[in-house]
Design a binder for this molecule. Structure first.
Ligand SMILES: Cc1cc2nc3c(=O)[nH]c(=O)nc-3n(C[C@H](O)[C@H](O)[C@H](O)COP(=O)(O)O)c2cc1C
Length: 237
């Protein structure tokens, strides 16, 4: 007879604590029903499920394969704080939130405020931010076009990740530019670095030109029609 004994589940904290919740809430109860596992120390009269990972907050259950607690991170690499590019990134997060009920946007990182510290590998706040972004389900990376490419500021943030540091993250590349001549920068420069870091990039990147910045609903809306189904589809399973 096949028996299982599970006493501990290792959590390395990098980057998917949520998967451990899924395991605790999904797999352990099944093993328990089949008599293959027993809780080492059941809680008394707490009303909690007999799982060491039972959530005390809303469970990250699935609806048609979607996470109810989808986390969306925003990172903008513009030396100007609170820039128009940052507004585009936030508008993309808002459009995604409308389609993914229960999604929350966190963290929202405007790198202008961190510029002097980006090359300090020991900076604890930046290390925590990179981990939070890597733990998100969806991460929007936005930059203005500078010299036909994305900014060095965004690159400095991305360089803080190790190999496959964004594995498991669905990434959305976003760029703004003065003119349409550099619109492929979002595909040929920003997308490859996200793929290199292990992220999944299922949709076209969004490139918004200066004149289009005046009407973000329209600029983001047009792109969203094709992009959002691909992005939300990549969260299934
Ligand atoms: C240093 C610098 C270089 C730029 N290079 C380009 C470029 O190569 N191609 C382009 O389309 N726009 C370029 N621009 C324009 C910006 O990409 C554009 O104004 C952008 O939308 C600004 O976004 P923001 O308002 O969020 O800063 C450049 C702007 C600056 C300041």
């Amino acid at each position: 007879m096949y028996t299982k004994s599970i006493g501990k589940v290792g959590i390395n904290g990098y980057p998917r604590l949520e998967e451990s919740y899924w395991f605790g809430e999904g797999v352990l109860p099944i093993l328990e029903r089949r008599g293959l596992w027993r809780h080492p120390a059941p809680p008394r009269n707490t009303g909690q499920a007999l799982s060491p990972f039972a959530a005390t907050h809303a469970a990250p259950a699935t609806r048609e394969g979607h996470r109810l607690m989808t986390k969306i991170a925003v990172v903008t690499g513009n030396p100007k704080p609170a820039s128009r590019t940052h507004s585009v990134a936030v508008a993309v997060a808002d459009a995604l939130t409308k389609e993914l009920p229960g999604a929350e946007t966190q963290p929202v990182v405007d790198l202008a405020g961190y510029a002097p510290r980006l090359f300090d590998w020991a900076d604890e706040e930046l290390t925590a931010l990179t981990a939070q972004v890597a733990a998100a389900d969806i991460a929007i990376f936005a930059s203005p076009t500078y010299k036909a490419a994305y900014t060095g500021l965004l690159k400095a943030f991305l360089d803080r990740y190790g190999n496959n540091g964004l594995a498991g993250v669905t990434a959305v590349p976003v760029m703004t530019g003065g003119w349409p001549g550099h619109l492929l920068a979002v595909e040929v420069h920003l997308r490859p670095v996200l793929v290199e870091l292990g992220a999944t990039v299922p949709s076209r990147g969004l490139y918004v030109t200066e004149p289009e910045l005046a009407d973000l609903t329209s600029a983001v809306g047009k792109w969203s029609e094709a992009a959002i189904p691909l992005i939300s589809g990549s969260l299934k399973g």
